[in-house]
Ligand binder design. Structure first.
Ligand code: CP
Length: 329
């Protein structure tokens, strides 16, 4: 694995999930793999889980991790080619990226989309500039359209829960594939499509689930990520017999970055949960309580959102280990 940007860099997804679960069972089993190697973590946007879990993962592999918050700690970066830098940007990525490439063995980068220019966002303008100019492997800590470390975490969480869940269910344990539902939820802000795109991409690539996506009209995602899933505007129908329900808001993709319908009826409640097969409830966090997801669900026995967030460490550790092994070859 030379870079980690999406599921396309993963040669064997089931193996990567198993590697992550092996790190969960024995976090320090490869503590010398990253000895004398440095991970840089560049944040152009805020983070709690990605930042801390990836630092812990690096430490478990014997690496040093240095975090750099571009907006607060450093010069404002310019990404446009041939920009006349007479405005607020101070340093071009053409200098910043190769400098960082000299300091670090692996460079993690978190960017977000503008939600204004679909073409720029969906061409991954920012992270691709780091790939072009840094000269070291790039680890996506979330990009304009995808959040691969989150999606790997999600599959790790589904795998371990499906195999070892104490919750009642019918026909589980290898007899059938789990039914996984990704449902849109209301929000007060226009949010990126990254987590939903990425979850769809990874579940489709995994091929070990019956996968349904439900959202109101006008919230269609890019087909290149959702192809393979069943898509419906009827949330109740989608939830029927679901084993896992992944809740996430996203803004519109076609008429880019807008909020159309924001119907509170789309928020998951215990009444809706009763339609499912005692589904485990997932969310990438942070979550807006009683807007995106109700207290009764988040505080109830079916929520696995903190288990899910805890697994961020093992996803990051499995991916860093792959990047380190490729570098050594
Ligand atoms: N889920 C996630 O990426 O969380 P942070 O924004 O806190 O990193």
């Amino acid at each position: 694995m030379r870079n980690f940007l999406s599921v396309h860099e993963v040669e064997n997804l089931s193996q990567l999930i198993n590697n992550a679960l092996a790190y969960k069972a024995d976090p320090f089993k490869d503590v010398t793999l990253g000895e004398r190697k440095r991970l840089g973590m560049l944040f152009l946007n805020p983070s709690m889980r990605t930042r801390i879990s990836t630092q812990i993962a690096a430490k478990n592999l014997g690496m040093d991790a240095i975090v750099f918050n571009v907006g607060q700690d450093g010069w404002t970066l310019e990404f446009e080619d041939e920009a006349i830098m007479s405005g607020t940007t101070v340093e071009h990525v053409k200098e910043a990226a190769p400098v960082l490439g000299k300091y670090f063995d692996i460079l993690g980068v978190r960017t977000f989309p503008s939600l204004k220019n679909k073409e720029d966002d969906y061409s991954e303008l920012y992270i691709n500039q780091f790939i072009k100019y840094a000269g070291v492997p790039i680890l996506s800590l979330e990009s304009a359209t995808l959040h691969p470390l989150q999606s790997l975490t999600d599959l790790i969480t589904i795998s371990e829960t499906w195999n070892y869940s104490p919750l009642p269910r019918r026909g589980a344990g290898g007899e059938r594939k789990p039914k996984i539902v990704l449902t849109w939820a209301p929000h007060v802000k226009a949010l990126p499509q990254c987590v939903a795109n990425s979850f769809a991409q990874w579940v489709n690539a995994w091929e070990q689930a019956d996968f349904v996506i439900t959202h109101p009209e006008d919230y269609e995602l890019d087909e290149k990520f959702t192809r393979g899933a069943t898509i419906t505007h009827n949330q109740d129908e989608a939830l029927k017999d679901a084993d896992f329900v992944y809740i996430k808001n996203w803004s519109t993709y076609n008429d880019y970055g807008k909020i159309y319908c924001n119907d509170p009826e789309w928020m998951l409640t215990n009444e809706k949960l009763a339609l499912t097969n005692h589904a485990r409830i997932m969310h990438c966090l942070p979550v807006r309580r009683n807007v995106e997801l109700s207290d009764e669900i988040l505080d109830g026995p079916n929520s696995i959102v903190t288990q899910q967030a805890g697994n961020r460490v093992w996803a990051a550790q499995a991916v860093l280990a792959e990047l380190l092994k490729t570098k050594k070859q």
